[in-house]
Write a protein that binds this ligand. Sequence first.
Ligand SMILES: *[C@@H]1O[C@H](CO)[C@@H](O)[C@H](O)[C@H]1NC(C)=O
Length: 635
Amino acid sequence: MLVSRLFPLATLLALPISSAFYLPGTAPRDYLEGEKIDVFVNTLTPMLNSKLHSLISYDYYDDRFGFCRPFNGIEKQPESLGSILFGDRILNSPYELNMLKNETCKLLCQSSITKEQSIFINERIKEDYGLNFLIDGLPSSEMKRDSKTQEIFLDAQGFNLGDDESIPDKPALNNHYDIYIQYHEKDTYSYISTPKSKKQYRVVGVLVYPRTVNSMISGSNSPDCFSTQPLYLSEATNNEFYYTYSISYIKSDITWGLRWDAYLHVFDPKIHWFSLINSLVIVGFLTFMVMMILYRTISKDIYRYNQIDLSEDVQEDYGWKLIHGEIFRLPQRPMLLSVMVGNGLHLIIMLIVTLLFALFGFLSPSNRGSLATVLLICWTLFGCVSGYTSSRTYSTLGGDQWKSNLILTTVLFPIVVFSVIGLLNLFLIFASASGAVPFGTILAILLLWFLISAPLSIAGYFYGLKHGSFENPLKTSSIPRQIPPKPWYLNQWISAILGGILPFGAAFVELYFVLSSLFGNRAYYAFGFLFLTFLIVVITTATTTILFIYFTLCAEEYRWHWRSFLIGGGSAFWLFTYGIWYWVSRLSLDSFTSVVLYFGYLFLFSLLDFLIGGSIGYIATYFAIRRLYSSIRVD
Ligand SMILES: *[C@@H]1O[C@H](CO)[C@@H](O)[C@H](O)[C@H]1NC(C)=O
């Protein structure tokens, strides 16, 4: 079954998935012989070969490239919000493909390129830019062999704009494309044999191999695609050359339902498993530790404590029990803390629901940008979570300015995120790259937020107000206790950095794959692994934070509210550090704009991670402490 191969864990978890289930817009298209097949073009994106040189994408019909244009004008193709956000700009093209009609050396157009354009194109060839075609919804790809498993797969990160490697520092433009369409003859289930003209065919694979060929021959006005001379664009004079293509239709046994299989190749499934098992061991160990502390040691302690309490001698008190009168002392800045906890939990719910959707196979790769679309929709719809959580946290922390809290909960986080993205957008517009989000899309997202998410958050807030604060099981003493000096590792910043290591370590192999597919322009689909990794990270964050706070309390430091948030969010520090390492070792970004983009996104990712981890840490610690101290008997 298709899905079981795509999501190895789906079968493991015995999820009811049927590969016969198609989402709207993904139903198969049947072609008769000779029927026209549309070729759409997407943006030009940098390819991740050994290193990535840029993060900027360009519109296909950017004037500076001078590609052949369709005769009837350029038409935008409808796209989902997520697809636009992820940088797709899908347009029509002048290529003429007809089912089963092979063509050799067909002329697309004659192009003339100025010196300035040549300089621009040669720069992009050196940066390893790739072209992306979409034929019948399938991305153009190259057939490759996995060097480890020897499996053949289709690599859909685009095909080279030019050739930079044959002769170093002499970029050649690929102006001829050999297009191979794999087709499958549709079964008709009919006892009467179908006449050939009625037979239907489906596209099940698209391969494009680009070549550079100086096909212009003086004295002839038809191109010669088999010339062995490469085409170098001169940066000193204008250039005249042909764009040409050949098409071959190849019969294939792959059925339409399985056509994405070859694209969704898992590089190194062993590493995914290895990292997962590794993290599971860590989680098992941590959970065991917390269990030990919370149940065995503590129940013993509580027993002893209550015994001591009954006797006259109370001097033997030590550790966390000593500070029972301080434990629920209100922290500083409850406003900011509750806003962050509310928004963090909002993000967690959004991620869990999106990952569940992905796990159940609803985010098919043929629905471009569906991941981003679902994320956006979940974020909008779960706005109520942030309001509710923030309201209850705030009143538990003794805050009384609920109106400011309501406003900050609703607007603070979106404003930060929108401003960072807006700033990055300005940079992109300045570099006239197509990754800039169009005005209409920004407006749509603002409307989604303003009309749905914000009202839901406000509604959640009022619902939270109705439920009020959590009752603290212990009274706070009137005079704050002196805090004795504590070991260096219990300093709140140091413990945040130390505490972040384990959750980050549990996620980091999967993170590497997510980053590679994000930058390599490949669809990420190992959602089974991602979901389990996410669960492991949640458990690791919760248990690590509880352990750290327990040790802190044993050192008689009772200011745990902010600490628990910082320790939980500590993995953001490692994420940012890892991002810097990735930049140094795997990327060689040439332009300033790319560097700004990279760090802008890295900052956003780290911020999200901080909020998510922090609120897990805070919420887990809060309930652990309640559990811990509610068993103490105080007279
Ligand atoms: C088209 O080209 C392919 C590959 O060269 C070949 O296998 C196939 O038979 C050709 N089809 C026709 C109709 O000529």
